[in-house]
Design a protein around this ligand. Structure first.
Ligand code: NAP
Length: 438
């Protein structure tokens, strides 16, 4: 039997994910070797603090604070430090030294991915990042490889577990956003500073990656329209529920015709009403799922754990074995297809249905006035429901109007809402939410 060669693996970071990757590399070395065609030897782990307690018991002599030296003598580098620097410089240094790199760093890829992919292409090495989107769920490889003979038309993803947990709490218990967030923080699903999650920034970074692979064009954060969930109220949730919808924070990448034969891609993140029977509506708690529509394959759904040290380590190991196998077999690095050249479209070009909540005066003729105004702006109404409220103290009646439109452009909807605000019978516009999958 021929002796398997040994490939040196350097690990940068030993936190939630890195510690589990180190554990699997050491404990499962015997099963990984025949699958890879090489022994994967963990030669060092770079951290900030050599004395920190680790979740996993690992040989102390593997640890170093000298990440720069570590990456220079490795065949494969796994970056699980997070943040922009020094992760970016270390990845570049590894690539320039001929190492293939595996990372889970969506923030870095969204900020500077194109430059890193280009360097990897030039050096003929692989830069893989399955763990950067939806944790354990194999979604990037299916989009890039399995669907490479098809044409993807639309991707809808629940790619942030924290916001899905919060919205699910609000939906199932009637809680307000602030209370659901506090519960998520208590249970460890949300960080003390939840901004990146609740403002949609984390989902936007993942949307840019999903859009880039789906449409063979490099998109980055500046192409992504982003709206978080902080303004979703318990009243919105209740109204959505009553109308047969659930509210989810979706990352959406879809191809849109411009009406003149040309096409563009709309990449956006926003709270979205989904019919309760849509497969994504069944994604509860902190789970993630990505729903892909392709011309030939039709509808596909990928579901699983979007975070957590061990689940995410699974995605990292998959990339590592695949990159190592390529080193063993030889041949050029995998080149990311960027031949799509589709422009990113501004949010105004997106078309969806809308849910609009209005607080209106309870007077005759109000409904007709509103319906006429929508028609004048070319936005057609699918459902209009009115509920009358009487204030117990003042005995004044007001009406709540809930409207679901047919598909309309953002621009037409925005103009309609502005015009509605100017009507004397409108007390306030209580919510404007986009609807998908209806
Ligand atoms: P983490 O728990 O914060 O761990 C970060 C590790 O990197 C720590 O071991 C830290 O060292 C080390 N580190 C940070 N800066 C360093 C520096 N300048 N020099 C040397 N070492 C440094 O992070 P994580 O949750 O494992 O996440 C790692 C990456 O995976 C991030 O990019 C994250 O976005 C991505 N990701 C995470 C998850 C998840 O569920 N956690 C899911 C998908 C993707 P010390 O321990 O000494 O401080």
């Amino acid at each position: 039997m021929t002796e398997l060669r040994t490939l040196k693996v350097a690990l940068l970071g030993c936190g939630n994910v890195g510690a589990q990757v180190a554990r699997i590399l050491i404990d499962d070395a015997g099963t990984l070797a025949p699958r890879t065609g090489a022994r994967l030897e963990l030669v060092g782990i770079a951290v900030r603090n050599l004395d920190a307690e680790r979740e996993v018991d690992l040989p102390r002599d593997l640890f170093t604070t000298d990440a720069e030296t570590l990456v220079k003598d490795a065949d494969l580098v796994i970056e699980l430090m997070g943040g922009i620097e020094p992760a970016r410089s270390l990845i570049l240094s590894a690539i320039q030294n001929g190492a293939s790199v595996v990372t889970g760093n969506k923030a870095l890829l969204a900020a500077d991915g194109p430059a890193l992919y280009e360097e990897a292409d030039k050096a003929g090495v692989e830069l893989s990042y399955e763990a950067a989107v939806a944790g354990a769920i194999p979604i990037l490889r299916p989009i890039r490889d399995s669907l490479s003979g098809d044409r993807i038309t639309r991707v809808l993803g629940i790619v942030n577990g924290t916001t899905n947990f919060i919205l699910d709490q609000m939906d199932s218990t009637g809680a307000q956003f602030a209370d659901a967030l506090a519960e998520a923080q208590r249970l460890g699903y949300a960080e003390a500073d939840p901004t990146a999650d609740v403002e949609g920034h984390d989902a936007a970074a993942k949307a840019a990656i999903l859009a880039s692979l789906s449409f063979h064009t490099r998109f980055d954060l500046e192409h992504v329209y982003c709206e978080g969930i902080t303004r979703v109220s318990a009243a919105d949730m209740a109204a959505a529920k009553e109308a047969g919808f659930v509210i989810k924070l979706l990352a959406i990448a879809e191809k849109i015709g411009n009406g003149d034969g040309s096409e563009g891609v709309s990449v956006r993140v926003h709270p979205t009403l989904l019919p309760r029977e849509h497969p994504l509506a069944a994604v509860r708690g902190a789970f993630n799922a990505v729903f892909v529509e392709a011309e030939n394959a039709g509808e596909l759904m990928f579901y699983g754990q979007g975070a957590g040290g061990t689940p995410t380590a699974s995605a990292v190991l998959g990339d590592l074995v695949s990159a190592a196998r390529r080193i063993v077999l030889g041949g050029p690095g995998r080149i990311e297809s960027t031949t799509g050249h589709v422009p990113a479209l501004p949010i105004d070009a997106a078309t969806t249905s809308y849910y609009i909540g209005l607080d209106v005066a309870d007077q005759p003729g109000v409904l007709a006035k509103i319906a006429q105004l929508f028609a004048e702006h070319g936005v057609s109404i699918e459902i209009m429901r009115q509920t009358i409220h009487r204030d117990a103290d003042s005995n004044v009646e007001s009406a709540e109007l809930r409207i679901v439109t047919h598909r309309a452009s953002e621009a037409a909807l925005a103009a309609t809402v502005e015009a509605v605000k100017g009507l004397d019978v409108i007390n306030s516009v209580t919510s404007v939410l986009r609807v998908e999958g209806a």
